[in-house]
Ligand binder design. Structure first.
Ligand SMILES: Cc1cc2nc3c(=O)[nH]c(=O)nc-3n(C[C@H](O)[C@H](O)[C@H](O)COP(=O)(O)O)c2cc1C
Length: 410
């Protein structure tokens, strides 16, 4: 791992630093952005410098007053890892199994819709970095590249995330395409019965259809590399373009798709998906123990405990707070993956210590993607792995699959 990191590190290091602007990182620290990503926060600084501010806000923001967004971080920070000094570990095993596949560490890349607005060729860059590192990648229904193009460009299977349509024919067409591509699992997102209102986007005028403001144009001109890429190849919604009758540009397909998504996904919908989908069925967006039990009863093989990164129900619990009760409700045999707020290997270990089998990361990898494409995603993964290894060493944890019972103090 470290050899690969060294070369990526050199590439990241070759990016020139043009200004010494300061930015607030998680935890309130103010830093000058360095030429290299020494920790995950530096990738965020670099992403902010690459993206127009409205696009950075779209990535960063949560719903409404962002109470849940903040809670995700606060509740993770409140937990303490139990430092152990006599159970010294010479080398740690980070390898495990996620969604039935070998994974180099208990982390997978979350589905991120519209990721082409952060970097051209985003899904291909992210999927390649994940494959090279040996962790699962999940492609969003709302990816810019169609799943077939991602599969052709990446020599590794990926999971497909499904936003359920009212029209079952579209769902079954999407699932058949995913099956033909040998996707090992489908991730059905359940927490978007209505779309969270994101105040930052409203303030920035980032609405569909976009009414271009002078500030948008100015913001984009201040990020010429981003603007150049955008003009060169405007992203669309590749998976959905075949079903949208009126053209394939982003605005047209988005306006076509939005009213066609199902609101609440019912138990009957999930049963139907279980019936037609033969491989791993993962449900995403569970935050309640009874819902988790019902999902398992309906045939889910794995559950992603998620509040959509604080982008849906504002005021909802953090995911880490709900994890112990959900683990207790479903028992030890159900795979539980946690997301929302995971920014470091330390966060990952806390989630494992409270009963998760692994974590999805969203923004933590998109910062790297926006900053440096595939190299940046690889750097994000490598940094998380280094932190996880460090945390395991200092807590006397030799293996992610055999954790000490007192790993996390509450
Ligand atoms: C810009 C953005 C786009 C997202 N798009 C999707 C999506 O298409 N499908 C989905 O299930 N979740 C989507 N999510 C939620 C993520 O999959 C994941 O649950 C969330 O990012 C986890 O929180 P984190 O960013 O704090 O790691 C998106 C999140 C962000 C930030």
């Amino acid at each position: 791992m470290s050899e690969r990191f060294d070369s990526q590190f050199a590439e990241v290091a070759s990016e020139p630093v043009t200004s010494l602007d300061t930015h607030e990182l998680r935890g309130g620290a103010m830093v000058k952005p360095p030429a290299v990503a020494l920790h995950p926060g530096h990738l965020k600084v670099a992403a902010r410098r690459r993206l127009p501010s409205v696009i950075f806000d779209f990535l960063e923001g949560g719903s409404n007053d962002e109470v849940t967004l903040a809670r995700n971080f606060a509740d993770l920070d409140e937990l303490r890892l139990n430092q152990r000094v006599f159970d010294h570990v010479a080398s740690c095993n980070l390898g495990t199994t996620l969604f039935g596949q070998r994974a180099a560490m208990p982390v997978a890349l979350a589905p991120i819709g519209l990721s082409g607005v952060f970097h051209p060729g985003a899904e291909i860059h992210a999927a390649r970095a994940a494959a090279a590192f040996g962790v699962p990648y999940c492609l969003s229904t709302l990816s810019n590249y169609p799943m077939e193009e991602v599969a052709a460009a990446v020599n590794a299977p990926f999971l497909f995330q499904l936003y359920v349509f009212k029209d079952r024919a579209i769902n079954s067409a999407l699932l058949q395409r995913a099956e033909r591509l040998n996707c090992p699992g489908v991730v059905v997102t359940l927490d978007t019965a209505v779309q969270g209102r994101r105040n930052r986007d409203l303030d920035n005028g980032l609405v569909v259809p976009l009414k271009v403001r002078p500030s948008h144009v100015l913001g984009m001109m201040r990020r010429p590399r981003w603007l150049f890429n955008w003009l060169l190849k405007k992203p669309t919604l590749g998976n959905l373009a075949p079903y949208s009758p009126d053209g394939s540009d982003l605005a047209t397909v988005s306006s076509w798709a939005e009213p066609r998504f199902k609101g609440a996904v019912s138990a009957a919908d999930l049963e139907w998906i279980r019936h037609i989908w033969p491989r791993k069925l993962v449900v995403k967006g569970i935050l309640d123990a009874e819902d988790a039990k019902l999902a398992v009863k309906l045939g889910a093989d794995a559950i992603v405990i998620s509040n959509h990164g604080g982008r849906q129900l504002d005021g909802a619990s953090s995911t880490i707070k709900m994890l112990p009760a959900i683990r207790e409700a479903v028992g030890d045999d159900v795979e539980l993956i946690l997301d929302s707020g995971i920014r470091s290997g330390f966060d990952v270990l806390k989630a494992l210590g409270l009963g998760a089998n692994g974590c999805l990361v969203g923004r933590a990898y998109v910062y790297g993607l926006a900053a440096h494409g595939e190299t940046g995603v690889s750097a994000a993964l490598e940094l998380i792995a280094q932190e996880l290894d460090e945390a395991m060493t200092l807590t006397g944890t030799p293996d992610v699959n055999a954790l000490p019972s007192d790993l996390v103090l509450r």
